[in-house]
Write a protein that binds this ligand. Structure first.
Ligand SMILES: Cc1ncc(COP(=O)(O)O)c(C=O)c1O
Length: 398
């Protein structure tokens, strides 16, 4: 087998590096943060409350609690439904580790169901095979902003008396049929990490229609205190009603979030526009597969994943990524399936071959840059770079 060079040769398509997913922060966010910094109240307070009200209105949920991360939201959601030691939570192996780590933090056991290779989401047709007497909840993840089939998942959950906690880290603004993600499952957790559909640098929001869970999450996001400092309005007295966590959002983060949320529809329109350019221009290239369009609502395209066809190229996925980097294009890989990580292999005995669809996607996947701070010219550069590499390396694999 001959070693092939990683670069397609010639002058790079771009002369400066295109980042993978920088945030788009504009003057409104900066002004609001400065206002907060000067206000004398920088931790959880009036801006966090305003952001929560705006968010629950946006997704049409009764309650929204702002947190330090989506991970914190998923953890508190599991505690809110009363997960106890040895309970099983069904989820996907094709996700970020946070989804299953929190199951372990709650003393429960993650049970993986393989994915549908078209949508990259959990294969709902395989969920029932994994339900046992210990199953407590299903935790679907809307990968890349494309919604899971929530009618099917909710129907299975209701029939088996299970809760549904949605990992909506990628799904601010995602629409399933006619409903925004955030008001379908029992609890939904969103991420505002720097690369997400909207950002607060780090941050998360949990939404629910259940008053008791919302109260539980609020109290347990701040040490288990019955009143936060803003609610106490200068009074010193509080009581600890549970051994809670430190998962609250600050008003500095909320200041960014308020304005990002005002702009979310513009951000999503840009993501959709760039996704449709990728699909149109890359769709005919024999050596790669593009995402199929989603027609039953709105995919917000947090990610745009292409899959290279290894039998049609003289280059592996990893070398394809290196070749793109030589063209000054940053990419990423979503996701290394959870069961292949050392912790999960060692603790649960997982091995290669356990979830073949997740593994097949992982071995071929490349996530392309897609974000509102990009210009159309950047999208065309990515396409040109891919075309250049495909021309250079197309043909039989070696
Ligand atoms: C699918 C998924 N779930 C959960 C998370 C955790 O989000 P956060 O960083 O806000 O805790 C992420 C973050 O990358 C994610 O991609």
């Amino acid at each position: 087998m001959s070693e092939i060079p990683a670069i397609a040769g010639g002058t790079p398509v771009r002369n400066s590096l295109l980042s993978f997913a920088p945030p788009l922060i504009e003057k409104e966010e900066i002004k609001e943060v400065v206002d907060t910094l000067k206000s004398g109240w920088i931790t959880t307070g009036p801006k966090t409350k305003r952001f929560e009200r705006m968010f629950s209105e946006y997704v049409s949920s009764k309650y929204a609690v702002a947190l330090s991360s989506c991970t914190a939201g998923l953890h508190l959601a599991l505690l809110a439904i009363g997960v106890s030691e040895g309970d099983e939570i069904i989820t996907t192996p094709y996700t970020f580790a946070a989804t299953s780590n929190v199951i372990i933090h709650s003393s429960a056991i993650p049970v993986f169901v393989d994915i549908d290779e078209e949508s990259l989401n959990i294969n709902h047709n395989k969920i029932e095979e994994k339900i046992t007497e210990r199953t407590k909840a299903i935790m679907p993840v809307h990968i890349g902003g494309r919604p899971c089939d929530m009618d099917k998942i909710m129907e299975i959950a209701r029939r088996h008396n299970l809760y549904v906690i949605e990992d909506a880290a990628h799904a601010v603004g995602t629409i399933y049929k006619e409903t925004k993600i955030g008001s379908i499952g029992d609890l939904t957790s969103f991420s505002f990490h720097a690369v997400k559909n909207m950002t607060t640098a780090e941050g998360g929001m949990i939404t629910t229609d259940n008053e008791e869970w919302a109260r539980f999450i609020r109290v347990n996001s701040l040490h288990g205190m019955n009143k936060d400092a803003w609610q106490r309005k200068g009074s010193w007295f509080y009581e600890i009603v549970s051994a809670g966590y430190k998962y609250n959002m600050t008003d500095i983060q909320a200041s960014i979030g308020i304005h990002q949320l005002e702009k979310i529809e513009r951000f999503i329109e840009l993501r959709k526009k760039y996704a449709s350019i990728y699909t149109e221009k890359l769709g005919d290239i024999e050596e790669i597969e593009t995402l199929s369009p989603y027609e039953y609502g709105r995919n917000t395209y947090h990610l745009y994943v292409i899959k290279i066809k290894p039998d049609r190229m003289r280059i592996t996925r990893d070398k394809f990524i290196r070749a793109l980097r030589e063209e000054n294009i940053s990419t990423n890989v979503h996701y290394i399936p959870i069961h292949l990580h050392p912790y999960y292999r060692e603790r649960f005995g997982y091995k290669k071959g356990d979830y073949p669809s997740a593994e097949r996607v992982y071995e071929r996947a490349i996530s392309l840059p897609i974000y509102p701070a990009m210009k159309e010219k950047d999208v065309l550069d990515v396409i040109n770079a891919i075309e250049k590499i495909v021309v250079y390396y197309g043909g039989q694999n070696v």
